[in-house]
Design a protein around this ligand. Structure first.
Ligand code: NDP
Ligand code: GDR
Length: 374
């Protein structure tokens, strides 16, 4: 019998990579998707299986982490061996705008799943993975951060995730559930949401290179992050549920870069050399050289980046750097893709789309490019 996994947040970045990974391992994969007025399954359309065929191994259920009876019914129907709770309002800046909703989904959502498993008598059968986050460290108490570093969350998102972290530990201790936290540092990919900083940069500069946009408006570019690739990180989520004893692990690369550096790499991938001048909100990035043919719309002297304080956060997490020693030693996990390689992959994908739009425009087709920012 194939193992069954249930993924909340299956339509998100990690959910899509994890679903692919588990299908390759032979799992029957169930995912919870939200009802939306437009299709929202683009990240999993390539693995979608017609439910009318026999032996379909990828199944989607409508649901929401705010809906207890819905979650309980899906758990009862599927009786999964493993639950991966990846669903969340995952944008830190947005959590300041919608703190109560973020708490409902990100904190109580985890409780609803754990309690449903207990209520249905699945607590000894179903293993539970909670998508915890480096945002728990917030105002960092120790560099680098490891499993024993004290938490100091700095946003409604991080505070909600702190509840989810501890309720997961609590169900492990109180009911003997196999429940664990992956404390994952930032991880990205070409499937990253467009309003997270890396994708905003690769997509924005690719659009500028092809003449769809003029300038990138950024928040705190001094911010330091430990960026890995989502593909490497979902492998680790699965590994965490295959141990004899449930435990919590930091997943990170152990290397840190600034947002400014990520902008420089992205520009370089497009053949653009930038110079940063000015300070604070007056800082700009100006083009000092253009080579190759990837950026026909850009010329020397163009200002490609300005600071817009609207992207500053009420409380910022200035620096994050993870220490993944425990994961390496206990699970034998090592990340395979570097931040620069990931940046190159993201630019290649975003440039392809921007070039396709340019071609359509050149043939008289109107292609509105979303200027939605984050
Ligand atoms: P995404 O934002 O790409 O995906 C979030 C998923 O959650 C989407 O499928 C979204 O659905 C779904 N979702 C949102 N609200 C609800 C709800 N009310 N009920 C059910 N599902 C909902 O996030 P990532 O894939 O990047 O991250 C996965 C998880 O890991 C999240 O919990 C995130 O907080 C956490 N995390 C992420 C890190 C990262 O760097 N990527 C690092 C550490 C933790 P829809 O598609 O309809 O919006
Ligand atoms: P983060 O990711 O908040 O770390 O949360 P994000 O990419 O949004 O920000 C990283 C850093 O870049 C700074 N920044 C900007 N961020 C955005 N989005 N837009 C901007 O214009 C901008 N300019 C500068 C931010 O201030 C921040 O310091 C992500 C999410 O995936 C969470 O769900 C996850 O838990 C953590 O990573 C680990």
């Amino acid at each position: 019998m194939a193992k069954k996994a249930l993924i909340t947040g299956v339509t998100g970045q990690d959910g899509s990579y994890l679903a692919e990974f588990l299908l390759e391992k032979g799992y029957e994969v169930h995912g919870i998707k939200r009802r939306a007025s437009l299709f929202n399954t683009q990240r999993v359309d390539h693995i979608y299986q017609d439910p009318h065929i026999d032996n379909a191994r990828f199944k989607l259920h409508y649901g929401d982490l705010t809906d207890t009876s819905n979650l309980t019914r899906i758990l009862r129907e599927v009786e999964p061996d493993e639950v991966y709770n990846l669903g969340a309002q995952s944008h830190v800046a947005v959590s300041f705008e919608a703190p109560e909703y973020t708490a409902d989904v990100d904190a109580i959502g985890a409780l609803r799943l754990l309690e449903a498993a207990r209520f249905l008598g699945l607590e000894q059968k179903t293993r539970f993975y909670q998508a915890s986050t480096s945002e728990l460290y917030g105002l960092v108490q120790e560099i680098p951060q490891k499993e024993t570093t004290p938490f100091h969350p700095r946003s409604p998102y991080a505070v909600a995730k702190m509840y989810a972290y501890w309720i997961t530990v609590n169900y492990r201790e109180a009911y003997g559930m196999y429940a664990c936290n992956g404390i994952l540092f930032n991880h990205e990919s070409p499937r990253r949401g467009e309003t997270f900083v890396t994708r905003k940069i690769t997509r924005g500069l690719s659009n500028i290179a092809q003449g769809h946009e003029k300038c990138l408006y950024m928040g705190n570019i001094d911010s330091l992050r430990d960026w890995g690739h989502a593909k490497d990180y979902v492998r680790m989520q699965w590994m965490m549920l295959q141990q004899d004893v449930a435990d919590d692990f930091v997943i990170a690369t152990g290397v840190q870069y600034s947002v400014r550096e990520f902008i420089t790499w992205t520009a370089a991938e497009l053949g653009i050399a930038l110079e940063f001048t000015g300070t604070g909100v007056g800082e700009i990035a100006t083009v000092i050289a253009v080579t190759g043919n990837k950026a026909p719309a850009v010329k020397v002297g163009d200002v490609l980046m300005r600071i817009d304080p609207r992207y500053f956060r009420p409380a910022e997490v200035e620096t994050l750097l993870g220490d993944p020693t425990k994961a390496k030693e206990k699970l034998g996990w090592v990340p395979e893709i570097t931040a620069q390689e990931m940046c190159a992959e993201m630019v290649a994908e975003d440039l392809k789309v921007a070039q396709r739009h340019a071609l359509l425009k050149a043939h008289g087709h109107d292609v509105p490019v979303s200027l939605e920012n984050g």
